[in-house]
Design a binder for this molecule. Structure first.
Ligand code: NAD
Length: 325
């Protein structure tokens, strides 16, 4: 079977996905869609695909097996539901939208249609995360810290909170998702944030920095910091975990270091997690088996819920019990 793929959104991350898909003999990129028609045309030209400037005609006219929805967080409309109602399997980039009501609507439609869904939490496909999970499997984790502190992404929608959700929702969600994978479900979040370092940037209304305390159902406590104001400083992205017999340092998509009193052991990433994630989705589509995917929509929704609760805590100044329902 050749899997016929359509791309919705032809920007930065869409190109990353097509760079994986073009390596697969059993995949054809047959249609591309972007509200900026030149972008759809440019990508279509590379693959002999048909360009569209809107998703509905593309779903209607092309006989698609799968779509990759790679649009800004605040731009999701019926982009997902219209696809799954036609029986098209979907890969949706994180964060899948900016409200739980919308996410629930999509999750229900996916389940009703029985299609395969995947969300772009690529860290779940890392070899070094697989072995980290095995290492901590039987251990009680007391504390962890996480950091996603770097510079501001240049895409224009990013700095507008109504379009991106802010940095916690748009970027640090990768660490919140990983924390759920490693430690269990989050019960409460308590967030504080600050502004004033990033000045003179048109349309900028996101927080410059924030710190969020998380409590988990199994007693683990964590703190995740987020910031976008670094310029010449070296960024920090990753998680540190404190076990009885090791302090573990996960450096985002690069390495995991296990520090114990007498030994430091470093494990470097070997597998390309992005390629593995896209390959797994395509294999699941071919097998018609949603369970093969490590980050199906319904599960990813729980990570979205945690980050939206962190935003609510920022707005109210109060600790928030995360609501998954
Ligand atoms: N998984 C990851 O590691 C990762 C990395 C980067 C970005 N992302 C996510 O991918 C998404 C897109 O980010 P990006 O960096 O590619 O942004 P981008 O701005 O480079 O590309 C988005 C594209 O979508 C188009 N678009 C907007 N609304 C559309 C619609 N309704 N139909 C069709 N096209 C539409 C825009 O014109 C633009 O070309 C975001 O949610 C972002 O968080 C994920």
């Amino acid at each position: 079977m050749t899997v016929r793929v359509g791309m919705v959104g032809c920007g930065g991350i869409a190109k990353w996905h097509t760079s994986h898909l073009e390596k697969m003999d059993d995949v054809r990129i047959v249609a591309t869609c972007d509200i900026i028609p030149e972008r759809a045309k440019e990508m279509a030209k590379l693959y002999g695909a048909t360009p569209y400037d809107s998703h509905l005609p593309m779903y209607e006219k092309e006989n698609l097996d799968a779509v990759f929805v790679c649009i800004p967080p605040g731009s999701h409309t019926d982009t997902e539901t219209a696809a799954v109602e036609k029986g098209i399997n979907i890969f949706v980039e994180k964060p899948m939208c900016l409200s739980m009501a919308k996410a629930k609507e999509v999750a229900k439609a996916i389940e009703k249609a029985g299609v395969v869904s995947a969300v772009g939490f690529q860290d779940r496909y890392l070899d070094i995360i697989d072995s980290l999970r095995t290492f901590i499997e039987d251990k009680q984790i007391g504390l962890f810290t996480g950091a996603w502190v770097g510079g501001m992404p240049t895409v224009p929608w990013w700095r507008v909170k109504a379009e991106s959700g802010g940095q916690i929702v748009e970027q640090t969600i990768h660490l919140y998702d990983l924390a759920r994978l490693l430690f269990g479900e989050v019960e409460t979040v308590y967030a504080a944030a600050g502004k004033g370092i990033m000045t003179g940037i048109e349309n900028y209304d996101v927080e410059d920095y924030s710190s969020v305390v998380l409590t988990f159902d199994n007693g683990t406590i964590g703190n995740i910091i987020t910031g976008d104001y670094l310029k010449d400083a070296v960024p920090r992205n990753g998680i540190e975990i404190y076990c009885e017999d090791a302090r573990i340092e996960y450096e985002l998509r690069t390495a995991v270091r296990y520090h114990s009193r007498y030994l430091v052991r470093e494990e470097k990433r070997i597998i390309d997690q992005g390629l593995r994630s896209d390959r797994t989705f395509i294999d699941a589509v071919k097998a018609k088996d949603p369970t093969m995917v490590r980050s199906p929509y319904r599960d990813a929704m729980r990570s979205l819920a945690v980050t939206l609760a962190a935003n609510e805590s920022l707005e109210t100044g109060k600790p928030i019990k995360v609501c998954y329902k």
